[in-house]
Design a protein around this ligand. Structure first.
Ligand code: FMN
Length: 368
């Protein structure tokens, strides 16, 4: 049966997705210690590709000092291009498009993961989490190098055969750290006011877009992911996010992607309680660029509800647990969707310990 979910969508740069479902970016913790893709990881993606319109990969670090955890994918040097090509070609099957998520952990890592190097961030302020290490503030020159390294990562994604990159500006990592008044206490051109905290994102997005537009690849897309709210004081609030979204919607991005644990979530800000966060964001965008909605989408109804305030849906945990979630939804076989992960299914589904730790933390009700 035809639903809004299996309509195609064509992005600004010409790439067409065969349907509206994308696999949410999810770290697998399955790469080699140095960031090279493993065979297990390829098998994990291969099980889940072919039905969704696109797969957004696990976050890949653009600099060695941007590594956030063990088993993370890397795009930090040309040596990773062959490994990344294997990943892109594994995903690109039966029309599914491959998007590489590029990121830097900033202060959300530690000297152990960085083999003795101190983490870096916008300012020398530790995150509010147990045992957080205080990062070193990046110098002006280092910020410019960082932007160059995101450009190089984009060039590598193009060379490796990906269909696009997603700039990971969400989930408290470095890009978000520049926008957050908690982690950015700078008083130079990169911080101080809302406009200046946006400066890094502004220059970064323009830089990545310039690489794509000056390359000779056709249809390569650029997306941007953001988290709408922080609970820290000071922190990013809905009003800041609506400013960010308004600015980004005027750029030549192919999509914006919100990061939410629940697509129905309502803001913690008193002034924004009448609608869901996604509805406010979608209204602000006002058709300028497609929005990917996300957050605990388990059923066809959830996905269709999400599409009232978004053009695409990202599905994460449901696709980990059932790689054929999409075809079962499209073919009205929802009753056959696997909804709970039993221990004995893990090997067949290529679900490593790193993923299970996450699932345990985010949705203990779906582990058995
Ligand atoms: C195992 C796991 C790993 C994740 N890794 C990433 C990541 O690398 N980048 C990212 O932007 N979000 C990451 N997320 C968040 C997901 O993209 C998604 O926003 C979240 O899981 C909510 O969607 P869901 O309810 O469909 O799983 C991760 C989530 C899980 C469960």
């Amino acid at each position: 049966m035809m639903t809004n979910l299996n309509k195609t969508l064509t992005f600004r740069r010409g790439l067409t997705l065969k349907n509206r479902v994308v696999m949410a970016p999810m770290t697998t913790k399955m790469s080699f210690y140095d960031g090279v893709v493993t065979q297990d990881e390829l098998k994990y993606y291969s099980l889940r590709t072919g039905e969704v319109g696109a797969i957004i990969t696990a976050a890949a670090n653009v600099q060695d000092v941007g590594k956030g955890w063990e088993g993370e994918l890397s795009v930090a040097s040309d040596q990773f291009i062959p490994s990344l090509s294997r990943l892109a070609s594994t995903i690109k099957r039966n029309g599914t498009k491959a998007i590489l998520q590029i990121f830097h952990a900033g202060r959300m890592t530690d000297a152990k993961i960085l083999r003795g190097t101190q983490p870096v961030s916008a300012s020398a302020v530790a995150a509010e989490r147990p045992d957080a290490e205080t990062p070193r503030a990046l110098t002006e020159d280092e910020i410019l190098v960082l932007i160059e390294d995101f450009k190089k990562a984009t060039e590598r994604a193009i060379k490796a055969g990906f269909d696009g990159v997603e700039i990971h500006g969400a989930n408290t990592y470095l890009i978000q750290q520049f926008f957050s008044p908690h982690s950015n206490r700078r008083d130079d051109q990169w911080g101080g006011s809302l406009e200046k905290r946006f400066n890094f994102i502004n220059q970064l997005v323009d830089a990545v877009i310039s690489v794509v537009d000056s390359s000779n690849v056709q249809d390569f897309i650029v997306g941007y992911r953001f988290s709408p709210e922080e609970y820290e004081e000071p922190g990013i609030k809905m009003a800041d996010t609506l400013y960010l979204v308004d600015k980004l919607a005027d750029k030549q991005l192919d999509y914006l992607h919100i990061s939410l644990g629940d697509f129905k979530r309502v803001s913690v800000s008193e002034e924004y309680k009448e609608k869901t966060i996604m509805e406010y964001v979608h209204e602000k965008i006002n058709g300028r660029v497609p929005l990917i909605g996300v957050g605990d989408i388990r059923t066809k109804q959830d996905a269709e509800d999400t599409l009232t305030n978004a053009e695409l849906v990202a599905v994460g945990r449901s696709l980990i647990i059932d790689p054929h979630w999409t075809s079962k939804v499209f073919e009205s076989k929802e009753d056959t969707i696997r909804r709970v992960l039993a221990d004995q299914d893990r090997e067949e589904l290529m679900i490593g310990n790193g993923i299970v730790e996450f699932l345990d933390f985010m949705m203990p009700d779906r582990l058995r």
